[in-house]
Write a protein that binds this ligand. Structure first.
Ligand SMILES: Cc1cc2nc3c(=O)[nH]c(=O)nc-3n(C[C@H](O)[C@H](O)[C@H](O)COP(=O)(O)OP(=O)(O)OC[C@H]3O[C@@H](n4cnc5c(N)ncnc54)[C@H](O)[C@@H]3O)c2cc1C
Length: 471
């Protein structure tokens, strides 16, 4: 059997969904190929049974947020966030660092350092901000590595005492082994210094404003609203988007793997599935790893190269007691602890509706960890951080290792990645690379916006080409 489409989109995460919906809404015929049984990727939820009770947990991003772009919000967010979603103008997120829970702001409180280090760090931070005013601002790519960038922004003392141990905890590397910007995926873009009052004054300076954060999430609030389903996981949103794709006649191939790709003179003509089905297209949009495409097109291309990885796992728990905090989520930056982000669903959702109390702890680690060891360590950490009382009983419900979680942003990985993209760009004229794996983007709204905008441009140029052929 073979079929023919204007566009084939590979990967049914938010990138593939956004591209397919945009193209279909503009009248193109689209096929979407997804390896898993359901669409959603990192915006999915999974169910576990505890006794007879079905408990829902997410496996990646939890919250939706307006992008601020009306066209995108009207297509992907506003039609879905109805009475079944909670709305948040303020996100209550905190962090744990130097044995203390900062339950009022997501930014690390540099005041938690010992007084000498704090004083020296603050002097360097202000000195560097004054220097920055005298020189041309540098692009991120002009820095040699993450350490050089962080030292220039925050100073050597804050880097040594804050950023270096945290980069080591999650990536197992020092900042000079990582690309500039590697810290931003871990929520380390701003630091909390000084007092709340002085910070309000300091933030009037644009350079300091980009380096230091308010002491409370109640300050500096944006107009953009965040959302989470009241009685479900975030997978509800991608299920609703899947229904929309079907309404717009996108042909969905779920649980489908690609065996081969037929090309002719720098043009991709068809994708062949493992079941032998051939799907022809005018243009291919690839939203998954570029390495998996190269493996099909040229299996020898990366022979002998070493790829470095870090591992991302999710640990789902229930508790017999409510947490001692009303934070929605917090990041554990303590170098000796294992956890990364903990999300407390019972604080996000209608408290009365959900029993028992559910939480997900994400672990990013340089090497994989035995799940039993990790579970025990996380249970202890949840009590040590003061999130749960010493009497709380935390029961593990399940864990999940993400095949494509957090990237490991080392120089050599960045080089392999750039080589892969260059190879693919030169291989085919009718191939577009999208998504977190290809576009040097990570956060949900960045990926959504990029995929939507790129698909719209493709639709316009596709229409022009088509008109030229018809004439
Ligand atoms: C643990 C974690 C937490 C995160 N938290 C946040 C957050 O709080 N806020 C935020 O903004 N962002 C967050 N992100 C980032 C954000 O979720 C992702 O960047 C975004 O969802 C990526 O979408 P995507 O479509 O590019 O990729 P994915 O969601 O990874 O989707 C790729 C899809 O392709 C499928 N696939 C893979 N290989 C193939 C193949 N060969 N053929 C067919 N299909 C294939 C996969 O099954 C998957 O469905 C988080 C990421 C992680 C890992």
């Amino acid at each position: 059997m073979n079929s023919q489409f204007d566009f084939i989109v590979v990967g049914g995460g938010i990138s593939g969904i956004a591209a397919a919906l945009t193209l279909a809404k503009n009248g193109c015929s689209v096929a979407l190929i997804e390896a898993a049984p359901k669409l959603g990727g990192l915006l999915g939820s999974q169910s576990f049974f505890h006794g007879n009770e079905e408990l829902v947990f997410d496996y990646g991003t939890h919250l939706l947020r307006d992008t601020g772009n009306k066209v995108i919000d009207d297509l992907f967010i506003k039609p879905f966030v109805n009475k079944n979603y909670e709305r948040y103008q303020i996100l209550k997120n905190g962090n744990f660092f130097k044995g203390k829970l900062n339950a009022s702001s997501p930014f690390i409180n540099a005041n938690f350092l010992n007084p000498n280090d704090y004083t020296q760090g603050e002097i360097e931070l202000f000195h560097n901000a004054s220097l920055s005013k005298l020189i041309e601002p540098k692009a991120l790519s002009e820095y040699d590595n993450c350490e050089e960038h962080l030292c220039e922004i925050f100073g050597k003392t804050f880097y040594e005492n804050i950023h270096r141990p945290i980069l080591k905890k999650f990536y197992g590397r020092n900042g000079n082994d990582l690309i500039p910007g590697a810290h931003s995926l871990l929520g380390l873009s701003l630091l909390m210094v000084s007092t709340p009052e002085k910070t309000r004054e300091l933030k009037k300076d644009p350079i300091l404003n980009s380096r230091i954060g308010f002491h409370s999430f109640h300050e500096g609030i944006s107009d953009l609203v965040s959302y989470y389903p009241t009685n479900n996981g975030i997978g509800l949103w991608t299920e609703e988007l899947t229904a929309k794709l079907k309404d717009w006649k996108v042909k969905l191939y779920t649980a489908s793997e690609i065996e081969n790709i037929n090309s002719n003179q720098n043009r991709i003509e068809a994708v062949v599935l493992k079941n032998g089905e051939e799907i022809q297209c005018q243009h291919l949009l690839w939203t998954v790893s570029p390495f998996s495409l190269i493996k099909i097109l040229n299996p020898n291309f990366f022979q002998g190269r070493q790829f470095e990885k870090c591992s991302t796992s999710l640990y789902h728990f229930i508790s017999n007691e409510a947490p001692l905090t009303d934070l929605y989520y917090f990041i554990n930056y303590e170098p000796d602890m294992l956890s990364f982000r903990t999300t407390l669903y019972s604080n996000l959702q209608n408290k009365n509706a959900h029993h028992p109390i559910r939480l997900t702890v994400e672990v990013i680690s340089p090497t994989p960890i035995d799940p039993k060891v990790a579970e025990e360590k996380i249970q202890k950490e949840l009590i040590q951080t003061g999130i749960f009382s010493k009497e709380a009983i935390l029961t593990s419900v399940g864990h999940f290792s993400l095949p494509n979680g957090f990237p490991l942003p080392t120089h050599s990985n960045a080089m392999h990645h750039a080589d892969a993209l260059n190879y693919l760009k030169s291989h085919s004229q009718n191939l577009t690379l999208l998504g977190k794996e290809n576009a040097n983007l990570f956060f949900l709204n960045q990926v959504l916006t990029h995929s939507h905008d790129t698909a719209l441009k493709l639709h316009h140029s596709f229409n022009q080409d088509f008109r030229q052929i018809s004439l």
